[in-house]
Design a protein around this ligand. Structure first.
Ligand SMILES: Cc1cc2nc3c(=O)[nH]c(=O)nc-3n(C[C@H](O)[C@H](O)[C@H](O)COP(=O)(O)OP(=O)(O)OC[C@H]3O[C@@H](n4cnc5c(N)ncnc54)[C@H](O)[C@@H]3O)c2cc1C
Length: 472
């Protein structure tokens, strides 16, 4: 099939799309702004070990996506026993929350408040919960919301939970009621497990980026091209508005029949022609949150056994810590140290985003000592700071109205397919972005009329599956 397609971005969405297209014999050129393959899901070497950009747990029950995983990784993966806990009030709580563990860890008076608030909300629940706060309070009661959801979510999003859209909760949290939790606690998890209750995940031995490095190799081996360090300035259109190609930052024009874009949706819209004023306005209301990753190398092989820890404690600024020693042994190789990665979140104008790397490294060291997760007698040998801009599309209440306006207008632009986490302004995991990539390719090669905006909006999509049923 002689079609010339340009893909903007070599992350999971762009590469899975490119992979499917070259398989169908289509000519593909991928333009990537950075010098890396894999976008936010890349892996890289650090201090003689391998790390990801924060924790990257792969999970899907979709056949297409698991086939992509297995085709790329083959049997070069480890089944990791998942341990993720919440650190709060100087204690560890199981995550997903387990009733007996909560009861054991909290004072009797707090447990009384939890039960009272839970019963209260069953009688006086919010009718149509629109915010994260209302949604979670409806499910768990106000007290559990305050303990287990409020602090972390506000650190992550940088806005009060009363302004975070209920969509985020609906996509990410199973509506597990206290009664279900009681039953689970008594009889165990005998029924179907929700994804958040999954206790194992398949992890590519050499880091999550393996998937994308191999996809890029496949693409180039089959005639496609992946151009690194070639940022795209804008998508080009003809007089009728139909897409004709792209303009690179250096001014070079590249023509194509279709453009698949995974660059930030808001930036892409800015570069288009004749965008109606209300669409520009709607697009300008959409915004992203940045992440700062602080990697620390600690002179110890055994710190804690979690894959990652959610740090709810409001006394510290960071919100999550990944321990790469607990993923696959290929990551740490023969090294006798542990690499931790602490996540701080910020907007562009927040002082921490503009702060010097040395200061952020010092803050990270201070906070990890404060939590006593790295005792004073263990040396912190190295620190490395990595800034990840625009990595969380902020689901502020009402964002759907603006997003819908942008989506509807973009649907009228012929031959343009926006996909991906910031490409489509969807809080995607890798699996959603891969699915978008595969379906975007199908749209082009098979002329399908799939609505890609719908991916990752369906609550059911996130539902339960046992890993052995879907993957192995
Ligand atoms: C800290 C953190 C933890 C995460 N944990 C998990 C997890 O546990 N499990 C999971 O499944 N997912 C996780 N994710 C999400 C996962 O990384 C993303 O879903 C996935 O990378 C999105 O893929 P994408 O292709 O849509 O976007 P990206 O990975 O962002 O790729 C987009 C690519 O486009 C490039 N680009 C942008 N602008 C331009 C331009 N103008 N020109 C050319 N190229 C451009 C970028 O450089 C990038 O390479 C996590 C993400 C973060 C940040």
């Amino acid at each position: 099939m002689k079609k010339q397609i340009i893909i903007i971005g070599a992350g999971p969405a762009g590469l899975s799309c490119g992979y499917e297209l070259v398989k169908a014999g289509v000519e593909v050129d991928i333009y990537e702004a950075s010098s890396y393959i894999g976008g936010m899901a890349r892996s890289f070497d650090l201090w003689g070990q391998r790390v990801d950009m924060g924790p990257h747990r792969f999970f899907s029950k979709e056949k297409h996506i698991n086939e992509f995983f297995i085709t790329m990784v083959k049997d070069d993966y480890t089944l990791v026993n998942r341990l993720t806990r919440i650190y709060y009030l100087n204690r560890f709580f199981n995550y997903p929350i387990k009733l007996f563990n909560v009861l054991k860890n909290l004072p009797v008076i707090t447990i009384g408040q939890i039960l009272w608030e839970y019963l209260r909300v069953k009688i006086f629940s919010f009718k149509n919960p629109a915010t994260f706060e209302e949604w979670v309070s409806n499910r768990f009661g106000r007290k559990l919301f305050e303990i287990f959801f409020k602090h972390y979510s506000e650190k992550l999003w940088g806005i009060p939970c009363s302004k975070i859209d209920a969509d985020w909760a609906a996509q990410r949290i199973k509506s597990l009621s206290l009664w279900e939790a009681v039953i689970h606690a008594i009889v165990g998890n005998t029924g179907n497990k929700h994804k958040t209750l999954l206790d194992q995940f398949a992890y590519p031995n050499n880091g999550t980026g393996t998937l994308y490095e191999r996809a890029a190799d496949f693409i180039t081996a089959h005639g496609g091209k992946v151009h690194l360090q070639m940022p795209v300035k804008s998508v080009m259109q003809d007089a009728t508005g139909k897409v004709t190609g792209i303009e690179l930052k250096d001014g070079t024009i590249k023509t194509a029949e279709h453009v698949v874009s995974t660059m930030p949706l808001t930036l892409m819209v800015k570069g288009l022609q004749n965008v109606p004023k209300d669409v520009i306005y709607a697009s300008e209301q959409l915004y992203f949150r940045n992440t700062i990753l602080a990697y620390l190398e600690v002179d110890s092989m055994e710190l804690f056994s979690d894959n990652w820890i959610y740090v709810h404690s409001p006394e510290v600024k960071h919100g999550r810590i990944t321990n790469f020693r607990n993923w696959s042994k290929e990551l740490y190789r023969d090294k006798k140290t542990t690499i931790l990665c602490m996540e701080f979140w910020a907007f562009d104008n927040d002082p921490i985003w503009k702060d010097k790397d040395e200061n952020i490294a010092e803050l990270a060291k201070k906070e990890i000592r404060f939590l006593k997760l790295v005792p004073e007698n263990l040396k912190i040998l190295n620190a490395f700071i990595l800034r990840v801009p625009s990595c969380y599309p902020v689901y502020e209440t009402g964002y759907q109205v603006n997003l819908k306006k942008v989506e509807n207008w973009l649907d009228t632009v012929e031959n343009l397919i926006p996909i991906g986490r910031y490409g489509a302004f969807k809080y995607n995991n890798q699996d959603h972005s891969i699915l978008m990539g595969i379906l975007a390719a199908d749209k082009i090669t098979k002329g399908l009329d799939t609505d890609l905006w719908e991916i990752n909006t369906d609550i059911e999509y996130q539902e339960t599956a046992r890993i052995k049923d879907v993957l192995l």
